[in-house]
Design a binder for this molecule. Structure first.
Ligand SMILES: Nc1ncnc2c1ncn2[C@@H]1O[C@H](COP(=O)(O)OP(=O)(O)OP(=O)(O)O)[C@@H](O)[C@H]1O
Ligand SMILES: [Mg+2]
Length: 359
């Protein structure tokens, strides 16, 4: 077991910088997920923790040790990749024991480690099968098994589920989370899928363009995104974001969109300077259909029922918007609907800096 500390970590390939000033503290036993769009530097950072990439700037600590100059095998880590090719000519048991065999472990030690990993992963009855005789999910579990037998201080995962079909991915998500709850070993997991990150992580590190945008518990990021990038990246469908400005007009201050549409400001935003350029954020499920007093009208473009809820894509004040409603919605394209916003859920961002405005 070990904590991990990333201190002002930077990485360049030649003169091309890909990571800038990364500072993250991962607690012993924590499950941390690095998430962000393709090319933002997630795999590079994970591979630097693993010792597969050199550290250009800063320090990486695992436990008490600075590991910058330690070889991968000296770091007490095990890594599972997206392409976790199993050895086709070896059984499940032999695949799992392979790294121990390389390390010179005796038969009794190998058997015991494989038995323990197989019990954890529910592979007991498959130990004598070959990879071609397994389903995709079972193969994935064998790949995890190879990591578990080594009993490392830290597990590193790089998109281990992306080769699986959608249903299996959802199932493996639950299995990995349960695995972490049993092992309680520090895990760092990379994905570009924000739902995977939200459902599994103790804490999420949101990355963008080689920088850390925000670190926090899943629901903290969801409820209090630090900036427009995190607001738009976490959540599906994405948060509605409208550009406009604070307007004093006549009466109470409000938010005004380019076409003159006025939306209510959240409580605590009364002190904002009139004329200030702000971006207005409201999540799709925080808009409610109403027949009474409405905050905004919208014109329906597309209605998508999923069975448990209905997603309504619409035009609101000249912008695209989407609402998610628990109930079935009778509206059809072209209809006008009336919306009320949950006041305590409205977020405001400074349009120039992208930072959320605390209110
Ligand atoms: N060996 C390399 N030489 C030069 N540039 C590289 C090298 N490896 C990665 N890069 C660049 O570093 C950046 C980060 O790549 P990285 O693989 O870490 O992204 P990622 O966040 O894992 O993306 P994805 O979600 O697509 O896997 C990219 O711009 C990539 O082109
Ligand atoms: Mg990657």
């Amino acid at each position: 077991m070990a904590s991990i500390a990333l201190r002002e970590v930077g990485k360049s390939y030649g003169h091309h910088p890909v990571l800038h000033d990364v500072n993250v503290d991962i607690r012993d036993g924590e499950f941390v997920i690095l998430v962000g769009p393709s090319g933002c530097g997630k795999s590079t950072l994970l591979r630097m923790i693993a010792g597969l990439e050199e550290v250009t700037d800063g320090d990486i600590r695992i436990g008490e040790r600075v590991v910058n100059d330690l070889a991968p095998k000296e770091r007490d880590i095990a890594m599972v990749f997206q392409n976790y090719a199993l050895y086709p000519h070896m059984t499940v048991a032999e695949n799992m024991a392979f790294s121990l065999r390389l390390a010179g472990a005796g038969k009794a030690q190998k058997d015991e480690a494989v038995r323990r990993a197989a019990a954890i992963l529910d592979l007991d009855k498959l130990l004598h099968r070959y990879p071609r005789e397994l389903s995709g999910g079972q193969r994935q579990r064998v790949a995890m098994g190879r990591a578990i037998v080594r009993d490392p201080a830290v597990f590193l995962f790089d998109e281990p589920l992306s080769n699986l079909d959608a249903k299996l991915r959802v199932q493996m998500r639950t299995e990995i989370k349960a695995l972490h709850q049993r092992l309680k070993t520090t895990m760092v997991y990379v994905t570009h899928d924000q739902i995977e990150a939200m459902t599994m992580a103790d804490r999420i590190v949101v990355m963008n363009g080689g920088r850390v945008e925000q670190v926090g518990a899943p629901l903290d990021l969801y409820d209090r995104p630090a900036n427009l990038f995190v607001a738009g990246f976490i959540g599906s469908p994405a948060m509605n974001l409208f550009e406009g400005e604070v307007s004093s007009g006549d009466g109470a201050p409000a938010f005004r969109m380019a076409d003159g549409t006025r939306l209510p400001l959240p409580e605590g935003a009364a002190g904002l300077q009139p004329g200030r350029r702000v971006t207005y954020g409201i999540r799709p499920e925080h808009m409610e259909l109403t027949e009474g007093a409405a905050d905004a009208g919208a014109e329906v473009a597309v209605v998508e029922p999923t069975g448990s809820e209905t997603q309504v894509f619409c035009r609101l004040g000249g912008a695209d918007a989407v609402g998610v409603f628990r109930d079935r919605v009778a509206a059809r394209p072209g209809d006008r609907i009336q919306l009320r916003f949950r006041r305590e859920r409205i977020l405001l961002f400074d349009t120039a800096t992208g930072e959320r405005i605390e209110s």
